[in-house]
Ligand binder design. Structure first.
Ligand code: ATP
Length: 236
């Protein structure tokens, strides 16, 4: 079953159109990558889904049209957005940030179990549970942002450049944890990444955006075999 479908999505900042017709299909439990250079429209595509930029075209989640919904209404349907720059709350502790992620939920026992799950997924956070968000390293902030999104029990995770600014070993650890999450939870994912090598460890298929349009779409295996992808994104 298709969980998220985008067809001919156009998006606008004021009068400036930055998406010129983007299409994307995410099966339930699937993981789809969005690759592309700076400014290609990757972040804006995620924003069109989460309702934080004006858009036209088809955006359907679980059969429902998302147009006209506020970001909190989109989130309530089961879509969690981990934005570039992470957005963890710097004045709150790690534990408090995790609780904020669960603010819509009332199932206290399951919330506690999910906190434990997040700390098992990201063991570094366990040692920092009482630290303020502002005291965390970049990698720990990224882990916390993902963990906070997990706490909402989403059906779809929108991940924007989870590797940005991280040391290669940290970025790899973050992607390994996301891969484990995917296997264990079945949460579907849209993964925006400039680092295609990392994205390809996680996603089943991907689309490459160029100036607000799909330039290439294919399975991970197909894309890895294409010369233009190897040259532009895989360093060879
Ligand atoms: P990056 O990797 O740099 O984040 P991206 O592929 O995610 O790139 P977007 O952030 O979606 O690209 O940007 C697409 C286009 O929209 C760019 O030309 C950018 O300058 C423009 N843009 C982004 N945010 C705004 C904004 N708030 N107002 C006006 N233009 C914007």
């Amino acid at each position: 079953m298709t969980l998220l479908e985008l067809a001919d999505v156009r998006a606008f900042y004021g009068r400036v159109q930055v998406l010129e017709g983007v299409s994307l299909s995410v099966p339930d439990g699937g993981a789809v990558g969005i690759l592309g250079a700076n400014g290609a429209g990757k972040t804006t595509t995620l924003r069109a889904v989460s309702g934080t930029v004006r858009s036209t075209g088809t955006i359907r989640f679980d059969g429902k049209d998302l147009h006209g919904l506020r970001p909190d209404q989109v989130a309530a349907l089961g879509i969690a957005h981990v934005p570039e720059g992470r957005g963890t709350l710097s004045d709150l502790t790690v534990r408090e940030n995790l609780r904020v992620g669960a603010y819509r939920r009332k199932d206290a026992k399951a919330i506690r179990a999910d906190v434990d799950y997040c700390l098992d997924l990201f063991p570094q956070l366990k040692d920092r549970i009482r630290s303020n968000g502002s005291a965390l390293s970049g990698g720990e902030q990224q882990m916390l942002a993902i963990a906070r999104a997990i706490m909402a029990r989403p059906r779809l995770l929108l991940l924007d450049e989870a590797s940005l600014g991280l040391a290669p070993s940290t970025a790899k650890a973050v992607y390994q944890a996301i891969g484990r999450l995917r296997t264990e939870s079945g949460i579907a994912m849209v993964v925006v990444e400039q680092n295609a090598n990392l994205a390809f460890t996680l996603v089943d298929s991907a689309t490459v955006l160029e100036t607000g349009r799909n330039a290439l779409t294919g399975s991970t295996a197909e894309l890895k075999g294409m010369d233009e992808i190897r040259r532009a994104y895989l360093g060879g």
